[in-house]
Design a protein around this ligand. Structure first.
Ligand SMILES: Cc1cc2nc3c(=O)[nH]c(=O)nc-3n(C[C@H](O)[C@H](O)[C@H](O)COP(=O)(O)OP(=O)(O)OC[C@H]3O[C@@H](n4cnc5c(N)ncnc54)[C@H](O)[C@@H]3O)c2cc1C
Length: 465
């Protein structure tokens, strides 16, 4: 078996890359492999009530829409663009795979695991037959698993749970919830927030929910991440980022300014927050989550027994009737940034902040239209997913530096402007609105000093390449 590109991983990144590459380079053959039985990556094992935290309008593969660009009328997301459920996301990636394979130039091998380089190609194990064979790769191996997500249903729980204590991964919460009298949600991120929201939406009183938060998190206000007709609010958010970065002396000050401007929120503003993973909440979700006041801040869980929970900095009472809900998986994988393009290899990573599908598609397009790896890396500098507020400078500096470079490349600018995955795609249609003009002006005034200031705040903020 041989192929031009071997893509390892059929998640959002591998599929968005393959879609954009094959659209822009009609002569290439691509083989995509995944150890799972169906495409979609972590969404295949996601908890049943998960939704995108960002709008569907700019998620998935570039050539196929996801959802109908509706604005939700009711619920926690009312007033904002629809967000797909995990069933809808899986259906999107299945259809995208079908369309890709129908071109005759893309081969999908699910149930196949990549083992590493062999003598005549890349070694791949067929997980049905256990046979190992080699695939000769004429151009490049594409690592679309470097940032593989860690999720509650498949991660190894990082603490002990006694046999007589009750704990479920968040995936099993809907089946297990009825048999408990109270709940302890473990984790500080978006999955834990989703579990709390699910309990509240199911009629559980807030005083029956205990939230074990090893650290407090910052969230983006979803208002500032809207596409299409609401793109003006997104531009406003980006301009507030640039202004805060240009005018602050410390990362802490940037976050204070962004909270004051409404760009960032935290569930308990009286408590310092250090975690930043770039996830979003709406004002309605925030109000609901603030009803939960039994918050335990004693560090990470070490052990759960029937009657007590041992944490890094102390112990608390728990009970056999308490259902502990595991939401402690890391989610986003913040592996260190490395150059995306190398000899005979591509490692898919983040270029524009918090845009995995856009970035994978961008890399696919650049691979198709440029020859020199150094030039490709200049156009696609990489940064790692954020985990703490200290990661913000590198993430933003990389994003703004890359965006500036794209402007002087007509073909790339045209691709970005037309991409469904570009959340700013509709900006030109709204350029005459006074609020958009104010935001654009604020961004243009501050972005260059912001990049300089971020470089002084954090020595590692220079983009890779
Ligand atoms: C709960 C949750 C919600 C999220 N919501 C959003 C959102 O709303 N918007 C957004 O932009 N992002 C969101 N993200 C970020 C998310 O990680 C990306 O959107 C995207 O789904 C990640 O896709 P991926 O392909 O990089 O990784 P994954 O989905 O993890 O896929 C990696 C794939 O590689 C395969 N693989 C690994 N090793 C091998 C091997 N050796 N051989 C063969 N196959 C292998 C795995 O089986 C897997 O299918 C969310 C993440 C999580 C965890």
């Amino acid at each position: 078996m041989d192929t031009d590109y071997l893509v390892i991983g059929a998640g959002a990144s591998g599929l968005a890359f393959t879609d954009a590459l094959t659209q822009a380079a009609p002569d290439v053959e691509v083989t995509v492999i995944d150890r799972q039985r169906s495409p979609g990556g972590h969404w295949c094992n996601a908890y049943p009530f998960v939704r995108l935290h960002s709008p569907s309008a700019y998620y998935g593969v570039n050539s196929l829409t996801l959802g109908q660009d509706r604005i939700d009328q009711v619920g926690e997301n009312a007033g904002y663009y629809e967000r797909a459920t995990c069933d809808e996301i899986r259906a999107h990636f299945s259809e995208a795979t079908e369309r890709l394979t129908q071109t005759g130039r893309v081969r999908m091998l699910t149930g196949h695991e990549h083992l590493g380089p062999g003598t005549d190609g890349e070694r791949v194990r067929d997980l049905t037959t256990e046979q190992v064979h080699e695939i000769a790769v004429r151009r490049k191996v594409v690592d679309a698993r470097y940032l593989e997500a860690s999720i509650p249903s498949t991660h190894k729980v990082p603490f002990d749970v006694a046999e007589d204590a009750r704990m479920v991964p968040v995936n099993d919460l809907p089946q297990a919830a009825h048999a408990a009298s109270s709940y302890a949600v473990l984790g500080a991120g978006k999955t834990a927030a989703d579990a709390c929201m699910w309990l509240l939406d199911s009629g559980v009183q807030p005083d029956r929910i205990r939230w074990i938060r090893p650290r407090d998190a910052w969230f983006l206000d979803r208002r500032h991440s809207q596409p299409l007709k609401q793109v003006g609010a997104t531009m406003e958010g980006i301009s507030l980022d640039a202004e805060a970065a240009a005018q602050s002396d410390t990362v802490g000050e940037i976050f204070e300014r962004l909270e004051a401007s409404g760009r960032l929120v935290r569930i308990d503003p009286s408590y310092p927050a250090t975690m930043y993973r770039g996830t979003m909440l709406s004002a309605r979700e925030l109000d609901a989550l603030r009803q939960i006041t039994d918050v335990v801040r004693l560090g990470r869980v070490r052990r759960i027994q029937a009657d007590r929970m041992v944490l890094e900095h102390g112990e608390i009472h728990t009970g056999a009737d308490v259902l502990h809900v595991d939401c402690t998986a890391h989610g986003l994988n913040n592996a260190p940034a490395t150059p995306i393009f190398g000899p005979r290899r591509i490692v898919l990573q983040q270029v524009r902040y918090l845009s995995p599908c856009f970035n994978a598609a961008l890399v696919g397009f650049v691979e198709a239209v440029r020859d020199d790896d150094a030039d490709k890396n200049r156009l696609c500098p990489s940064h790692s997913y954020p985990s703490t507020i200290e990661d913000w400078p590198q993430m933003m500096s990389c994003t703004w530096t890359a965006a500036g470079r794209w402007l002087s490349e007509p073909d790339l600018s045209e691709w970005v402007a037309g991409s469904r995955l570009n959340l700013l795609r509709a900006l030109p249609d709204h350029a005459s609105e006074p609020s958009v003009q104010t935001a654009v002006m604020r961004y243009l005034t501050h972005v260059t000093p912001a990049i300089e200031r971020l470089g002084q705040l954090d020595g590692s903020s220079a983009p890779r390449a």
